[in-house]
Design a protein around this ligand. Structure first.
Ligand code: MSP
Length: 507
């Protein structure tokens, strides 16, 4: 069976998850579930990035030892992911003893193979991003992302990153789909063409103790980004189980935000080359969720949306739906409770929910709450049947091409056509003259609901399951979904309260 390995960034534990970090995790979860649906064996990795100055500071602010703070934050992250129905295979922690040992092994290898040297670092450091900057990188005395920087001058260890510049450029030119979307690949090429410097990979323990000690000099800890990036290979057993490692790594996908593109598309590949490990298959870079002022939603920019508040308002499935449908993967997008409610009402309440409610209500009124038998199709029913099967293929195609929102448009188009089919055929009138034809209309509509709910399983898992359970089905895969007339005739199907009641947002 084909494999699919997907990772999220590991999140800093200076704060609980917000809508932005939840977005990354939900999209990775949806991609992972779609690949399962398309019959791939998948591995989904997420976790937390626990070292560095930022985390040390957060623990200090709370008056806690850093490890206690990290342990508490790990539980908070896991709680959020559970509520958002995130099905990860492994929750990675960089304070685990095995991670520390593996990072030290990697650093020793780099040192022994001559990729690390000692020198004096003079430049700028941004605590918020945990990134070193040179004078030419700064914009108006701030980091390129507008964050505060402080000047530092100290003896440190450096990774000879510059020597991998040409090999990386060559890799990008040979693999035009290495980074998605393509304009991000051009951005990285532009960055490399300006010249690549060596990378400072240590922090003296006199300034920061909260990190993994360098194996060859205990007066230093490893720079947090080096420590963090390595999680992607250690989680799948690099140096422990080679076969396991390679079968996942060959099909690896890093989903990241555009603000951490350079660390993932430059630092990380260079590090892998130095360690003689193949590069990941794809890097998928998403945009930012923006606040009312059209700025990146982040703690430093003021009010951030807590996903738990949004879930209280609307539920976890609708929030997941908003992330995939309203946000175009790779682009920035505004987010607010009113936008989420608008999308919910339009697609889930008025389209999917409405069709489901109407169809089962009519079946319970005219067919004794039992699914009617299949009947030879007429022109209209055949048309819907063909559109439904085409929707399955279109969804698969759009997901593979990462046009995630377009996949949702296809499903909504099918549901919309079927709602109109119901209006045009008016089964509530038709029943008086033609019971056979009424049965055909309702069965056609129910088939569309089965297919749509099935195609939506990776996105709205709880609601889809409710619909499918009602239809006597349990987690159908793609091939089962694409079979027409898969419903069980005479299966009891009773009325229930609306699955997606309309929401009125009071402002
Ligand atoms: N710890 C590093 C990642 C190390 S991975 C080896 C880190 N952590 S983070 O917590 O600051 O950010 C994690 C992810 O959240 C990034 O991909 C970032 O783009 C994403 N987001 C944070 N705010 C966001 C928005 N407002 N919108 C969308 N995503 C955003 O960086």
């Amino acid at each position: 069976m084909k494999k699919f390995y997907i990772t999220t960034p590991i999140y800093y534990v200076n704060d609980k998850p917000h809508a932005g970090t939840s977005y990354s995790t939900v999209i990775a979860d949806i991609l992972n579930r779609y690949h399962q649906f398309f019959k791939k064996q998948t591995f989904f990795l997420t976790g937390i990035d626990e070292h560095g100055q930022k985390c040390r500071q957060a623990a200090q602010d709370k008056g806690l030892p850093p490890q206690t703070h990290c342990d508490q934050m790990a539980e908070i992250f896991k709680k959020y992911w559970k509520i958002l129905c995130i099905q990860y295979n492994h929750f990675y922690r960089t304070t685990s003893p095995s991670h520390k040992k593996s990072v030290q092994k990697a650093l020793q290898k780099l040192f022994d193979s001559g990729h690390i040297y000692e020198s004096t670092y003079e430049g700028w450091y941004c605590v918020s991003e945990e990134i070193f900057y040179t004078q030419k990188d700064l914009i108006n005395g701030l980091s390129p992302y507008g964050k505060k920087v402080t000047k530092i001058k100290e003896k440190n260890y450096f990774f000879k990153m510059s020597q991998f510049k040409n090999r990386l450029i060559e890799h990008l030119e040979k693999n035009p789909h290495f980074i998605y979307p393509p304009h991000r690949q051009n951005e990285v090429l532009g960055f490399l063409n300006q010249g690549l410097e060596d990378l400072c990979i240590s922090r003296p323990t006199t300034r920061l103790k909260w990190g993994i000690p360098l194996p060859f000099d205990p007066h230093y800890v490893v720079y947090v980004w080096i420590d963090a990036l390595l999680n992607y290979v250690f989680a799948i057993d690099l140096w422990k189980n080679n076969q396991n490692f390679h079968q996942w790594w060959e099909n690896s996908h890093h989903l990241i935000g555009k603000d951490i593109l350079i660390t993932h598309a430059v630092y990380w590949p260079c590090l892998l080359m130095a360690l003689e490990i193949p590069l990941p298959k794809h890097i998928i870079s998403h945009g930012w969720l923006l606040n009312k002022e059209q700025e990146k939603m982040s703690k430093s920019k003021g009010k951030i949306l807590d996903p738990l508040d949004l879930i209280d308002l609307i539920g976890s499935d609708p929030l997941r739906y908003f992330f995939i449908k309203s946000v175009r993967l790779g682009q920035d997008s505004p987010i607010s409770p009113s936008l989420i409610v608008k999308e919910y009402n339009q697609d889930l309440a008025n389209n999917l929910g409405n069709l489901f409610q109407r169809t089962i209500t009519l079946i319970s009124s005219y067919f004794d709450s039992k699914i009617p038998p299949p009947i030879p199709q007429d022109f209209n029913s055949k048309n819907i049947h063909h559109q439904a099967l085409k929707t399955c293929d279109d969804v698969k195609d759009k997901i593979f091409n990462l046009h995630l929102h377009k996949a949702m448009f296809e499903i909504m188009k099918l549901l919309d056509t079927t709602n109109r089919y119901l209006e045009n055929t008016a089964p509530w009138k038709l029943i008086q003259s033609d019971k056979q034809k009424t049965a055909l209309v309702l069965r056609t509509s129910l088939e569309v609901l089965r297919i749509s709910a099935s195609l939506l399983q990776p996105v709205i898992p709880q609601s889809s399951q409710k619909i499918l359970n009602k239809l006597g089905l349990h987690s159908p895969d793609f091939d089962q979904t694409k079979t027409w007339n898969a419903l069980q005739t005479h299966l009891p199907i009773t009325k229930e309260k609306p699955l997606f009641p309309r929401i009125q947002l009071r402002v």
